[in-house]
Design a protein around this ligand. Structure first.
Ligand SMILES: Cc1cc2nc3c(=O)[nH]c(=O)nc-3n(C[C@H](O)[C@H](O)[C@H](O)COP(=O)(O)OP(=O)(O)OC[C@H]3O[C@@H](n4cnc5c(N)ncnc54)[C@H](O)[C@@H]3O)c2cc1C
Length: 225
């Protein structure tokens, strides 16, 4: 499908949301991703294709990418950054099972930095549908510049079933903090930089969390929080 850029929003220093209008109606479940191709000259070795979560919720109609673009970014991201309103990118999908399951009574979301993108989509969706899923979000970030913090606080204020706790800087998100949530009823969702997701995957599996209670979104290319 062809996506036309209709808006860009600077979220924080180095983080932008790109909003697209698809050439045909697209249906997705909150938490899924698209696979994007962005033609450009002098591509680096990382190439012209990337996976990005759809950071908007389905009722918002327009899929969006929220990503970090900093000095030394890949040729893909530099091209995306320079894309003008009306410019196009190509996409396949949606795909992915990083979505809420109907029978899931307790959901523990573990986010590292930019790994918040699937969670914000899911939470926006739940707020729209007024679904009573129980969700605890444990959100780790390097510093106090926290993506979507205002919106998350507002969503939590409006919904007694959704709680958010931040782990910033030296207050790291420790395994012991996560341990207290392990139970047969809980489903764990972990999203963030590869090393962080790998750490939690190992820990959760070792502590008895089974396959169908564990969902993982590995964001390659980002360093440990
Ligand atoms: C299902 C899924 C969903 C995702 N959703 C998002 C999302 O919503 N937002 C988001 O920002 N990212 C998301 N990602 C990650 C995304 O696809 C990119 O891998 C990530 O943003 C890094 O982008 P980049 O490779 O363009 O490098 P940059 O972010 O530009 O990184 C800078 C430099 O890091 C180095 N680098 C990057 N990747 C690697 C690597 N794999 N190995 C070694 N060095 C590397 C390169 O030298 C690069 O120049 C998702 C990934 C998956 C699989």
């Amino acid at each position: 499908m062809i996506l036309k850029l209709i808006d860009k929003r600077k979220e924080l220093k180095g983080i932008t949301t790109f909003i697209f209008k698809p050439d045909k109606k697209i249906k997705w479940i909150a938490g899924q991703y698209l696979i994007y191709s962005l033609p450009h000259e002098n591509s680096d070795l990382r190439g012209k294709q990337r996976f990005f979560t759809i950071s908007s919720a389905p009722h918002q109609n327009f899929p969006s990418i929220t990503t970090r673009i900093e000095k030394g970014a890949s040729s893909f991201k530099n091209t995306l950054d320079k894309l003008k309103i009306g410019g196009v990118i190509y996409a396949k999908g949606p795909d992915g099972d990083f979505v809420l399951e109907k029978n899931s009574e307790q959901n523990i979301f573990i986010a590292g930095g930019i790994g918040i993108t699937p969670f914000i989509a899911i939470l926006r969706d739940l707020s729209f549908k007024k679904n009573p899923y129980k969700i605890k979000l444990l959100y780790a970030n390097k510093n106090s510049s926290i993506l979507f913090k205002k919106e998350l606080d507002q969503l939590s204020f409006q919904n007694k079933n959704f709680e958010v706790e931040y782990f910033i800087g030296r207050r790291k998100l420790k395994k012991e903090t996560v341990r207290q949530f392990i139970s047969k009823k809980a489903t764990f969702f972990v999203s963030g930089p590869d090393p962080m997701v790998a750490d939690f995957e190992y820990y959760l599996r070792k502590n008895g969390v089974v396959d169908n209670r564990l969902k993982l979104d590995y964001f390659s290319g980002y360093k440990k929080i």
